[in-house]
Design a protein around this ligand. Sequence first.
Ligand code: SAM
Length: 452
Amino acid sequence: MTNWQVGQEHVMEITGLSHEATGVGRIDGRVVFVPETIPGDRALVRLVHLKKSLGFGEMVDLLRESPQRKERSCPHALTCGGCQLQHMDYAAQLSWKRQQVVSAMERIGGLNVEVLPVLGMEKPYCYRNKAQLPLGEVQGELVMGFFRKGSHDIVDLESCEIQHPLLTRLALVLKRTLKELEVEPYDEINHVGLLRHAVLRVSFSEETLMLVLVTRTAHFPARTELIHRLTQEVPELVSVAHNVNPGVTNVILGPQTRVVWGEPYLMDSIGHVQYAISPGSFFQVNPKQTKVLYDLVREKMQLDGGETLFDLYCGAGTIGLYLASQVKAVLGVETFARAVHDARYNARLNRIQNAQFYQGKAEDVLPKLLRLHGPIDGVILDPPRKGCERSLLETLIEAEIPAIVYVSCNPATLARDLARLASGGYTVGHVQPVDMFPWTRHVECVALITRL
Ligand SMILES: C[S@@+](CC[C@H](N)C(=O)[O-])C[C@H]1O[C@@H](n2cnc3c(N)ncnc32)[C@H](O)[C@@H]1O
């Protein structure tokens, strides 16, 4: 058996990709993870970190390219932690994502369900409507961009091919103006300095921008002049908010956000519905694919117009309002108060009268709503990555809801929750993945679950 020592070099065949999109192969039966490689590559690999039965290597030389390889087109591809699959052909990415879902269903859920081919994008570029950019200092210079892979070093943003070009334009003007005004960036290590993050959002339908400036302290003397200069140079900017986050934390936004200039909302549309989005409210990051996703939810629900639906984890009411014209009533539940406010506002904006929204944790509110409204025809679940609380799934099982459509951005928690529902008497239909995040390892899924 080969010596298992740091610094040794081996020729390796890369045979798989981990769920974090790192290439995987074997040396003498032991699994080795090699960043920047993909299945089909043959590489000279240096071992850099070893455990008993697995190791981590770095690619010294690419000896044979996988047929799935593609040229990296982004200048930040090797440093930025945003796109993990920049070097993999788009069709190959989609089939890998499907395989990730299959494997989560089998290994985590113990489920044998059909996973359909991933619905990808025709042009998988410029799709993001939001950028969350950390700020810092490198050699006395302000930098703003993305975290370097696996670290909190900041890669200074110059361009980004997955975000809407208006976001990049605003980011570059903002960075220059912050330097001109000598605004102090935040220093994460010593918890000093001022500006922590800039959160930029763009409306695809209106081509307008919103900016949220996140500072450590409330005192931000240059703010007025900064906004003045930005709005002169970027006329698409219609709303600026200030969020104060004094915590020693990785969470981007602090508890309070105040719109300090312009419109209170960013307006955008998905299909026939217009949405007003507050600075802190969740809105899907890929509006083109959001329509695909919401149409799928509608299709899976097989609506006949007479249904009462729950939209749990409803954010700004987005899915429920999308379906409202085709059902009798929609009842949405969301924990973030401002998003509930947005959902109610969005119902009025679209003259939708059959939608009501409740604030609270879905697991707490659902039992009360069921007592209040009696039998329900269907439930939409769209939880955050950690999935649903077990108590919520138990309430659904007990209430014998006929149809549940589960929208998930995390195949692992989806598989776990589907297995719980299946053990409570539900049948899981096929799972349809949708590519909301091309060039990244992430994948969204929609699953229909029905009562036996
Ligand atoms: C993935 S987003 C989905 C939002 C919405 N369905 C959409 O498509 O825009 C998840 C939402 O769940 C909310 N949330 C998180 N935990 C929750 C809970 N326990 N109960 C209700 N809502 C929750 C978040 O604030 C967020 O708005």
